[in-house]
Ligand binder design. Structure first.
Ligand code: NAP
Length: 286
């Protein structure tokens, strides 16, 4: 057992909602004592829903108001960040507040592919946070989960399988990990409560529900939906690199580039640490 009983989660969006719900399930089961949710607006339907389930929802107008955030986090053993990828530059202030509030573990907003070593572009603030955590002496645990299996099949990412047209970087053959958000929530809350703290601090967990190249995904989709044909286009890596050079905050091109390099094949090294975790395969979600 980790001994972590009081949790706080910052930012309830596409990923955070699922982890918050799993923390609240653990509260009902008695493995978690309290769940604080930090959000910018505590009057939203989602905030009210989590509050009705037993979360202590606290409004934090700005994460750089360290004194206010510290006060909101008092009593939390572990602070989990699920802040938007576009707002990860706010995490050093959140981490400082967590440390000052007495938290023993910080879980940064990762929930994706490999961010380590990125010095520019959209993932650089994720990598830079680790230096700040080391500096302030707050232990942390990372969870790399690959793509959200239940969420990513959208035209916005050129992955709209059901529209009949997708675009992949390079040749579409690089492996990619897929894990559903429900399975991420289940694994993360289990790990943070059931594993010894020494096995959490300083550790990067690599978990996945399944792993396929995007070309394989198209074949699996067409096999699951007989009669459908998905048109596939490919963008050369050189073209993706040029787009990123022109705009380092081009999210879609950065993702397509990193997927094509295999950086989202995080592996399943840590699946077996919880043998009862049986993540759903990606084919359940399209
Ligand atoms: N693996 C994948 O396929 C995948 C998919 C999506 C995201 N991700 C990763 O998961 C993490 C969370 O992403 P997400 O898509 O869940 O994020 P999101 O839904 O866009 O945002 C999450 C929450 O962050 C808070 N937030 C956003 N902008 C903020 C700001 N300027 N100031 C303060 N708080 C702000 C908001 O919380 P409140 O509204 O509660 O204040 C928001 O609901 C990121 O690290 C992202 O890279 C991975």
């Amino acid at each position: 057992m980790s001994g972590l009983k009081n949790f706080a989660l910052a930012g309830v969006g596409r990923i955070g909602t699922f982890i918050a719900d799993e923390l609240l399930n653990a509260k009902v089961a008695g493995t978690v004592d309290s769940v604080v949710v930090l959000t910018r607006d505590s009057t939203t339907d989602e905030a009210k829903r989590l509050s009705a389930r037993g979360a202590d929802v606290k409004a934090v107008p700005a994460y750089d108001d360290v004194a206010a955030v510290t006060a909101a986090l008092k009593g939390a053993d572990c602070v989990i960040s699920t802040i938007s990828g576009a707002a990860t530059m706010l995490q050093p202030a959140l981490a400082t507040a967590a440390k000052e509030a007495g938290a023993r573990l910080f879980v940064p907003s990762e929930w994706a592919g490999v961010s380590a070593g990125k010095t520019s572009g959209i993932h650089a603030p994720k990598a830079a946070l680790l230096g700040h955590l080391d500096k302030i002496g707050l232990p942390y645990t990372l969870f790399w989960t690959g793509l959200a299996a239940d969420f990513v099949w959208i035209p916005l990412l050129d992955l709209g399988l059901s529209t009949g047209k997708v675009i992949f970087g390079d040749d579409g053959n690089a492996p990619v990990s897929f894990t559903s958000r429900t399975d991420i929530g289940r694994y993360v809350v289990h790990a943070l409560t059931a594993f010894p703290l020494e096995e959490l601090a300083g550790k990067t967990f690599r978990i996945e529900g399944s792993r396929h190249s995007f070309n394989e995904i198209v074949r699996l989709y067409e096999a699951k939906h007989p009669g459908t044909k998905v048109e596939v286009q490919y963008t050369p890596l050189s073209e993706l690199k040029s787009r990123i050079e022109a705009n380092p905050y081009d999210v879609k091109s950065t993702l397509q580039h990193d997927w094509a390099l295999g950086e989202w094949a995080v592996g399943n090294d840590d699946n077996g640490k919880w043998p009862e975790w049986k993540p759903a395969p990606v084919t359940d979600f399209f």
